[in-house]
Write a protein that binds this ligand. Structure first.
Ligand SMILES: NC(=O)c1ccc[n+]([C@@H]2O[C@H](COP(=O)([O-])OP(=O)(O)OC[C@H]3O[C@@H](n4cnc5c(N)ncnc54)[C@H](OP(=O)(O)O)[C@@H]3O)[C@@H](O)[C@H]2O)c1
Length: 428
């Protein structure tokens, strides 16, 4: 028996309009004999021109009404935002027993547990492949492909805007501010870029991936987030001289009874595939006990790739896929405890801007030695016209507490002209 699935799409912006256009062009794209028909839509401005046909479709000013409408069998949320209309509409659709597909990473990261509780209580799918890495199937990889695997490490470039800015700073030797302005002009960055450049968007995505990989409920509280706003061209140049590239790395590691979930600019060895993912690309490196090292790369955003991921979720609903929303049933999801800082360790890059005086390097070495932090590599650049010299070093693996102790002592040296810049080396 074949069936027509009546789909309601809330949000007709970049992704929503492209999805409607695709479903109208290929209503029988899903394997099997079932078809898809977009019957109803919701957006704010009815008069706005859209790249899809709206004649004959029911229009809802209120997406919650659309979500509850008896005229749809499946609800697609492409409005965005953790709260407000998007969340209210998704809750309404699940409550009405309708499957939901969404690309909304902020909502899943903030409310994943509550939404999974409701979806599973109502026995309806809640799918969100497009929420992380656009059309590159990272969610499916972790939720299905690696089910049962002991995933140890995730490290990814999950924000295309930051990757574009860092790549462009290095390529064109321009400052963060100059490249950000260009990215805004080209439409790669929002007028208010805080969510992207502050690391929060990547934070939403790594919280979702960590939940899928480790069996946790998504928990943003557990994530330590810093962005790329303070990265200077000098850091990029000096890192490259030492054999690294600076990337905004979103990572999650299981450690000491918890997990370290973090977004931070970090140094990646130039030969590593994550260092090669330039421009606005997204990439994800996964390491598991049995599968070894896996690597995914692709466009993390854009109308086509993102709509393709939503369409794949719709096909899964049609195929009758019934899986827990995250890695395990919602009532078995574990809290995500932050790993004990005393047990956390890694290598770091330290950049110091110092007055060129005798004894400075000895004082820096002494502060590190006192804290039991060993130097791995060291570089000093020529003195500039103001008499200031950049010194950079990378350390051997050391506890975060020991590094903080050493950096605290270095920061007190008279010769320093600005606070030390400390960046982690990516653990990959
Ligand atoms: N863009 C991407 O490449 C991308 C990639 C991955 C994930 N995502 C996610 O996909 C979702 C949609 O992103 P987008 O880029 O398509 O956003 P967008 O272009 O800003 O579109 C948002 C749409 O939602 C509608 N809308 C806003 N508030 C509404 C309300 N209260 N009631 C009804 N409709 C409302 C807007 O209506 P009007 O058109 O009338 O203003 C617009 O059509 C977000 O969760 C985003 O994070 C996007």
């Amino acid at each position: 028996m074949s069936r027509t699935w009546r789909v309601g799409v809330a949000g007709l912006g970049t992704v929503g309009a492209e999805l409607v256009r695709f479903l109208q062009a290929q209503p029988d794209f899903a394997p099997g004999r079932d078809r898809v028909e977009v019957t109803a839509v919701s957006a704010r401005d009815r008069a706005r021109p859209r790249p899809c046909r709206l004649e004959g479709l029911a229009w809802f000013d209120d997406p919650v009404e659309l979500a509850r409408s008896p005229g749809i069998d499946l609800f697609v949320e492409l409005i965005g935002g953790a709260e407000g209309a998007a969340k209210a509409a998704v809750l309404a659709a699940l409550d009405a027993g309708k499957p939901v597909c969404t690309a909304n990473k902020a909502m899943i990261a903030h409310h994943g547990q509550a939404l999974a509780d409701l979806a599973e209580a109502k026995d309806v799918p809640l799918l969100f492949e497009a929420a992380v890495m656009g059309g590159t199937p990272a969610v499916k990889l972790l939720r299905e492909g690696l089910l049962g695997e002991d995933v140890r490490t995730l490290a990814g470039i999950l924000n295309g805007t930051c990757n574009f800015i860092l790549s462009e700073m290095e390529r064109s030797e321009r400052s963060f501010g100059e490249v950000l302005s260009e990215a805004q002009r080209l439409g790669y960055a929002e007028a208010d870029p805080t969510t992207d450049v502050g690391g929060f968007d990547a934070g939403h995505k790594i919280a979702i991936l960590a939940a899928l990989a480790f069996g946790y409920a998504p928990n943003l509280e557990c994530a330590e987030i810093s962005g790329i706003e303070r990265i200077e061209l000098l850091d990029i140049r000096l890192a490259r001289d030492l054999g690294y590239r600076i990337k905004l790395i979103a990572s999650a590691q299981r450690e000491a009874g918890g997990a370290v979930v973090r977004v931070a600019p970090a140094l990646v060895p130039l030969a590593h595939p994550l260092a090669q993912a330039g421009g606005a690309l997204n990439a994800l490196f996964v390491e598991g006990a049995r599968v070894g090292r896996l690597y995914l790369q692709g466009p993390g955003a854009g109308a086509g790739p993102t709509a393709a991921a939503v369409a794949a979720d719709i096909a899964d609903v049609i195929a009758g896929a019934r899986r827990p929303v995250f890695q395990r049933p919602a009532n078995e999801l574990l809290p995500c405890p932050p790993a004990d800082p005393g047990h956390r360790s890694g290598k770091v890059f330290i950049r110091l801007m110092v007055h060129d005086r005798p004894g400075v390097i000895a004082a820096v070495s002494e502060a590190l030695a006192k804290a039991q932090v060993s130097i791995d590599s060291f570089l000093q650049r020529p003195v500039d016209e103001t008499g200031v010299v950049p010194i950079v070093l990378t350390t051997q693996p050391a506890s975060e507490a020991a590094v903080a102790d050493a950096v605290g002592h270095i920061a007190e040296l008279d010769a320093l002209v600005q606070p030390p810049r400390v960046l982690p080396l990516a653990r990959i």
